[in-house]
Design a protein around this ligand. Structure first.
Ligand SMILES: *[C@@H]1O[C@H](CO)[C@@H](O)[C@H](O)[C@H]1NC(C)=O
Ligand SMILES: *[C@@H]1O[C@H](CO)[C@@H](O)[C@H](O)[C@H]1NC(C)=O
Ligand SMILES: *[C@@H]1O[C@H](CO)[C@@H](O)[C@H](O)[C@H]1NC(C)=O
Ligand SMILES: *[C@@H]1O[C@H](CO)[C@@H](O)[C@H](O)[C@H]1NC(C)=O
Length: 383
């Protein structure tokens, strides 16, 4: 057994569409990385209305404290710097996630449910607190943010007051975004830059809330989020009643066998003792049997969860004060790139289930003037 540092932090974990994640602890298309622990079962149900027990399959990001009630897990933002976020302790390789939830209210508050891979594939649901009529869908492949034209908004009846079930059904051929059983959007593999931008590597599930209009956020992000967050209207809470996850290729772990980032390169490692099997992409047996148990060190919320800095190009500097505030030598630094320009917030409704009509929900990225959001987080993952 060994410890591996992981669980990048709060805000970046659940960044909205305009701020595709650009940090990963290890990018398998750039170097050799440890295998990803898999959900070694066909499915997993986490019912948060029964309290904290359901959290056992997830890790909380730094500074995250969830509370529980009749409406399930409560992701509450009460003040600047908070971004309660959890992520699954396992990866799935194609599958379906269904989340029954209510989005947080308040201009400048963002709620997110995101599938995300080590090489920065991403499939998103996002709700803006200033918009109680729509939900945004988005995706990214291998962190490609050169064109922000993938976000599409769909109408939904008051997502802040009503519980709805939002699902993503993800296969090698297509991705479906589904609201209360109705498919609102389908992305075909070939329509994502001939597959090159198609999300296709093992994903974790991240959920949380974040102040997109918080102090220190780049102007484009604040505008996209609907304006500055007014913390005197806090608290603002996203409620998650339950999460159902189906893994189409259950495995004890997944390996990237080359640096292509293609689904064909993913090795599905089944564990003989697990009782689980899978039809294979590429089948192999594995002697290692990663546990999906995680423990996360509790951290003081008051030390400030997120540090926003600006920089250029690929380089960035870290707020060392915040890093040392984490008081354990094992902080990870995460960076997220944010478009310089403003996002279009006008919702676009596409009635079609199979086409990618609709305008972009995001702005344009000025390469060379990347704005990086640096966040520090801490977590341990027992392999
Ligand atoms: C990134 O996406 C854009 C838009 O689809 C595409 O033109 C470009 O070739 C992609 N870049 C890579 C490296 O795939
Ligand atoms: C923030 O919200 C409070 C309470 O609703 C309100 O009194 C105040 O004017 C708001 N501030 C801004 C800058 O909108
Ligand atoms: C997996 O299990 C199912 C039923 O449990 C069985 O029908 C199938 O043949 C198994 N597949 C493999 C590859 O062992
Ligand atoms: C699974 O992998 C094994 C070993 O590589 C191969 O012989 C078999 O044909 C594969 N099965 C499927 C259904 O692809």
């Amino acid at each position: 057994m060994r410890s591996r540092l992981t669980l990048a932090a709060a805000s970046l974990a659940i960044l909205p569409s305009v701020v595709c994640q650009t940090f990963t602890t290890c990018d398998p298309i750039k170097k050799t990385c440890p295998d990803d622990p898999g959900l070694n079962a066909d499915s997993l149900d986490a019912d948060f209305t029964h309290g904290s027990g359901a959290i056992s399959s997830f890790s909380a990001a730094a500074y995250t404290t969830l509370t529980y009630g009749d409406n399930g897990a409560e992701f509450t933002i009460a003040k600047q710097g908070q971004a309660p976020t959890i992520q699954s302790n396992f990866y799935i390789f194609f599958g379906m996630i269904s989340v029954t939830m209510r989005a947080a209210s308040g201009t400048g508050i963002v709620s997110s449910v995101v599938l995300q891979s080590d090489d920065l594939d991403e499939i998103d649901w996002e709700w803006l607190g200033g918009n109680s009529a729509t939900v945004e869908t988005n995706y990214f492949g291998k962190g490609n943010t050169t064109v922000y034209n993938r976000a599409i908004y769909y109408p939904v009846s008051d997502p802040q007051d009503n519980f709805h079930t939002y699902a993503i059904d993800w296969t090698a051929d297509r991705i479906k975004w589904i609201i209360d059983g109705t498919v609102v959007r389908t992305l075909q593999y070939g329509d994502a830059n001939e597959g090159k931008n198609y999300p296709q590597t093992p994903m974790i599930l991240k959920m949380g809330t974040w102040a997109g209009g918080g102090e220190g956020q780049p102007e484009g992000t604040i505008e996209w989020a609907g304006g500055k967050t007014n913390f005197s209207k806090a608290p603002s809470t996203m409620y998650v009643k339950n999460v159902q996850i189906t893994n189409y290729y259950p495995a004890s772990s997944y390996s990237f066998t080359d640096k292509s980032g293609r689904w064909q390169s993913i090795k599905v490692n089944t564990d003989a003792s697990s009782g689980s099997n899978s039809s294979n992409m590429t089948m192999s047996s594995s002697t290692s049997s990663p546990s999906t148990t995680a423990s996360v060190a509790p951290l003081d919320q008051n030390t400030g969860a997120a540090v926003a800095v600006t920089s250029t190009g690929e380089s960035y500097s870290v707020n060392t004060a915040s890093v040392s505030a984490l008081n354990s030598g094992s902080a990870v630094v995460a960076t997220t790139q944010v478009p310089a320009a403003t996002a279009s917030r006008s919702p676009t409704h596409s009635g079609s289930q199979s086409t990618q009509t609709g305008s972009s929900g995001a702005g344009r990225l000025g390469i060379g003037a990347l704005t990086l959001l640096i966040t520090v987080g801490l977590g341990f993952w027992v392999l």
